[in-house]
Design a protein around this ligand. Structure first.
Ligand SMILES: Cc1cc2nc3c(=O)[nH]c(=O)nc-3n(C[C@H](O)[C@H](O)[C@H](O)COP(=O)(O)O)c2cc1C
Length: 248
């Protein structure tokens, strides 16, 4: 059986990051048919839309290729000022641009760890809101908030010392494996049900009426397409989440 290929993004760059320790724990307790690889996004620059117009910088292009190839994404992140750390948001912003968006239809699991009592509860809902726009498929339950995390991982080794945390993450990874398989089945059957001629006409209709702020492309849509947005767009037979590019 081919292993599920999951890539992990840590919202913290800190060497002793509690959230990176949560990724280590997920790697340790994941089902045998799931492999989790943490991606290093340290070299990703701050998004500048002028630069984006010239294409993706090499570290961004490499990250996009790897995320696109993966079956799913695990995000482990701290909460910064009640929300998403800027570096992680910047990575998601880069992933949200251009053709063939890497997060489109991608199953995502979220875990957050904090020394505080809430375990970064607030960041998770802001993250879910952003993932909605990029058409990702976040796992809903079990939610995992690791509060008081400084006391739940061994400082020198990073090993989890808390049985409850271990149990939660174990159950989340099992549910994530089921979720990934379910999303893949749904996408497979949706693609099989949609015949090529319907897909072509839906794509044409979408292209003609796309608005710049819905566009996954870095360039602004031509004026002609902007003036045609008042016409109702024909409905596609493919569910929005199953389309290969997000233009819903
Ligand atoms: C800029 C900044 C803002 C923070 N804001 C919050 C916050 O809103 N809520 C919270 O629980 N912890 C907050 N913290 C504390 C982090 O949760 C804590 O530093 C945590 O260990 C960071 O995650 P890491 O261990 O994975 O690096 C903040 C830390 C920083 C550096």
């Amino acid at each position: 059986m081919k292993k599920l290929d999951v890539v992990a993004l840590c919202g913290s760059l800190r060497r002793a990051s509690l959230n990176r320790q949560a990724i280590r724990l997920a790697q340790e307790v994941a089902p045998a048919h799931m492999a989790i690889e943490e991606l290093d996004w340290r070299a990703v620059p701050v998004l500048d839309a002028d630069e984006l117009a010239h294409g993706f910088p090499a570290p961004v292009a490499a990250l996009r290729t790897r995320v696109r190839a993966a079956d799913a994404v695990l995000i482990a992140t701290p909460e910064y000022n009640f929300s998403i750390p800027g570096g992680l948001k910047n990575v998601i912003d880069w992933l949200s641009r251009g053709e063939d968006q890497p997060l489109d239809g991608k199953p995502v699991a979220i875990v957050s760890a904090s020394p505080g009592p809430l375990g970064g509860a607030r960041v998770q809902y802001d993250l879910r809101k952003v993932l909605l726009f990029v058409n990702a498929m976040p796992l809903v339950k079990p939610e995992v908030f690791i509060g008081g995390a400084a006391g739940k991982f061994d400082a020198p080794t990073g090993a989890c010392t808390d049985a409850t945390t271990r149990d939660f993450v174990t159950r989340q990874m099992a549910a994530f494996a089921d979720w990934i398989a379910g999303v893949q089945r749904m996408r497979g059957s949706a693609a099989a049900q949609s015949c090529p001629s319907q897909q072509a006409s839906a794509a044409r209709a979408t292209n003609e009426q796309e608005t710049p702020w819905h566009s996954p492309h870095p360039t602004v849509a031509p004026r002609a397409s902007r003036t045609s947005t008042k016409t109702a767009r024909p409905r596609s037979s493919t569910p929005a989440w199953a389309r290969t590019s997000r233009r819903a």
